[in-house]
Design a protein around this ligand. Structure first.
Ligand code: ADP
Ligand code: MG
Length: 237
């Protein structure tokens, strides 16, 4: 425990919540299989970032999580890698069904970035990743979703439209990520996010990521997570 505290101090990391797993300073200690480790290594990553060192073990333990660290600290992979493990742990994968892992992000650009990263890492398991955002053809997104996916990265509004059109459903979602939660609020997506969360099974794992954490986000975070681990790295404005 002294070592863990020392490491957290070095990383300027603050962790709250009961039974938080210890941080892992090396990719080899995450328990990933060779396929994923090789993909990470091919991406050129040698060491997990601070937020990854603590968020990945917490997410792998199945806990809900609120994870706050500045932009550029590697939060995307921190939720994607445990998502892949979560999906590969599912007993049976139906071909034509809705996503198991769902990532909500506020803008088209962010969704596109997460999608690129998700495809990079999901490839090693042949998992299907779909993307959905406004301002692009609904028909194409509809067709892709209809074929079935394991991972969906979406803006809240477009996801709601596509679910209404029955392009996909949220029945299988058991790993939900709200990325850039603050910006989701700033852009007025709170009602959509809340509505989506209310339509996903309550025993899901929910992870909320943000570069900042404002009091108004706190309320939603409390609503949509259960006994979350809270991890912050650095000083949060
Ligand atoms: P954030 O969401 O915290 O703003 P990103 O997930 O977008 O940060 O990551 C920022 C950049 O760092 C990306 O280019 C990503 O590929 C890279 N990156 C993520 N994790 C690592 C790592 N462990 N080692 C090296 N680069 C990484
Ligand atoms: Mg990010």
């Amino acid at each position: 425990p002294a070592q863990v505290n020392e490491l957290r101090r070095e990383l300027d990391m603050h962790v709250t919540g009961p039974d938080v797993p210890k941080p892992c300073v090396s990719f080899a200690h995450f328990g990933f299989d060779d396929r994923l480790l090789e993909t990470i290594s091919k991406a050129g990553y040698t060491t997990p970032t601070g937020i990854q060192q603590q968020s990945v073990p917490a997410a792998l333990s199945g806990r809900d999580m609120i994870s706050i660290a500045k932009t550029g600290s590697g939060k995307t992979a921190a939720f994607l890698w445990p998502m892949l493990v979560h999906i590969m742990d599912q007993p049976e994968l139906e071909k034509a069904d809705g996503p198991i892992g769902l990532v909500l992000a506020p803008t088209r650009e962010l969704v596109a970035q997460i999608y690129t990263e998700a495809k990079k890492f999901a490839k090693c398991y042949n998992l299907r990743v779909a993307v959905a955002y406004g301002g692009a053809s609904k028909m194409e997104q509809f067709k892709e979703l209809r074929a079935g996916v394991e991972i969906l990265v979406a803006t809240p509004g477009r996801l709601i439209d596509l679910v209404k059109m029955k392009a996909t459903n949220l029945r299988r979602v058991t790993y939900l990520v709200l990325d850039e939660a603050d910006r989701m609020f700033d852009l007025g997506f709170e009602p959509q996010v809340r509505s989506i969360c209310n339509n996903i099974r309550p025993d899901r794992q929910t992870l909320l990521f943000s570069a900042t954490f404002k009091p108004k986000v706190e309320r939603l975070a409390r609503e949509v997570t259960t006994d979350p681990v809270r991890i912050t790295v650095g000083t949060i404005g």
